[in-house]
Design a protein around this ligand. Structure first.
Ligand code: IPE
Ligand code: IPE
Ligand code: MG
Length: 241
C-alpha cells in the first residue's frame, strides 16, 4: 500500500527572489498543500474532470520549482486520499494514469517510486512528498497496529510511548511538522490530511482553484503566514527559527 512518495531535489535552488528580500519574508520550512478544485476548474470550462487533473499536474510541476526556489525545505502534497477511491472509475483511472506518468512511466508504480526514492535520498535540495492513497486515520491506525506488534515482540514497552516515539511510527517519520498548510478552492476542512502533524500549523485557505494557483498565490500564503503569531499554547510569540 502506497502512502508517501518522497523525492529530494538534486541541488539547492538558491534564487530567493527580490520579493522575499524586499519584504523580509520568513519562509516556512515545511508547507503542506491540499490541492483542490481541479474538477470545478474543468467544469467551469465545460470539460471533463480529468482535464482539470491534467492541468493541475502542470501547475504542480511549476509550484514545486517555485517552492524550492523560495527556500521551502519540505513540500507535502495531498495527491489522492483513501476516500478518493469512491470517485467514478474513469476519474480514478485518469488520476492513476497521471501518477504513473509522473513516476517515470514505469508499469509498476510502487517499483518506480522505490527507485525514485532510492535514487534521490542523498540529495540536499527541497524534499517533495506526495501523499497517494493517503488518509490520516488510516496512517494512525497503521501506526497503532505497528506499535502493538512491537509491544507484543518486546521491542517497546507501553511506558516508552511518548509523542516523539508515536510520531516515528507515522508515514512522516523524520519530517518536521508543517509550519503552513495551504488549501485551494475555498473548502474549510482537512479532508483526513495530516491530522496529527497539523496540530500547530498555520492554516491558509484561498478561493483560487488549484489549476490557477501560481507563485504569486504561494507568496500571498507566505505573506499571511508572516503576519501570524505562533504561540503554541503559550502567551508570547515563540521564535520558530
Ligand atoms: C483535487 O481536485 C484533486 C484530487 C482530489 C485528486 P478535485 O478533483 O477534488 O476537484 P473538485 O474539488 O471536485 O473541484
Ligand atoms: C482532498 O480533496 C484530497 C486531495 C486533495 C487529494 P477532496 O476533494 O477529496 O476533499 P473533499 O471530498 O472535498 O473533502
Ligand atoms: Mg475536491
Amino acid at each position: 500500500m502506497l502512502t508517501f512518495l518522497i523525492v529530494c531535489a538534486g541541488n539547492e535552488l538558491k534564487d530567493k527572489g527580490r520579493t522575499i528580500m524586499e519584504e523580509n519574508l520568513k519562509i516556512p520550512a515545511h508547507v503542506a498543500l491540499i490541492l483542490d478544485g481541479n474538477g470545478r476548474w474543468a467544469k467551469k470550462r465545460g470539460l471533463p474532470r480529468q482535464f482539470g487533473h491534467k492541468k493541475g499536474c502542470e501547475t504542480l510541476e511549476q509550484v514545486v520549482e517555485d517552492a524550492a526556489r523560495l527556500g521551502i525545505r519540505y513540500l507535502t502534497v495531498y495527491g489522492f486520499s483513501t476516500e478518493n477511491w469512491k470517485r467514478p472509475e474513469e476519474e480514478v483511472g485518469a488520476l492513476m494514469q497521471l501518477f504513473r506518468f509522473y513516476a517515470k512511466r514505469l508499469l509498476d508504480i510502487v517499483d518506480a517510486i522505490n527507485v525514485l526514492e532510492e535514487k534521490t535520498k542523498k540529495n540536499t535540495g527541497m524534499t517533495f512528498v506526495i501523499a497517494v492513497n493517503y488518509g490520516s486515520r488510516d496512517e494512525i491506525t497503521r501506526a497503532v497496529r505497528k506499535i502493538m506488534t512491537d509491544v507484543e515482540n518486546g521491542k517497546i514497552a507501553p511506558e516508552d510511548m511518548t509523542e516523539k516515539v508515536f510520531a516515528s511510527y507515522l508515514d512522516t517519520a523524520g519530517i518536521p511538522d508543517p509550519d503552513l498548510m495551504i488549501r485551494t478552492s475555498g473548502e474549510l476542512r482537512l479532508s483526513n490530511y495530516l491530522l496529527w502533524q497539523l496540530a500547530y500549523s498555520e492554516l491558509y485557505v484561498t478561493e483560487c482553484l488549484w489549476p490557477d494557483f501560481n507563485k504569486e498565490e504561494l507568496l500571498n500564503a507566505i505573506r499571511q503566514y508572516n503576519k501570524r503569531e505562533r504561540r503554541f499554547g503559550g502567551v508570547t510569540a515563540v521564535k520558530t527559527e
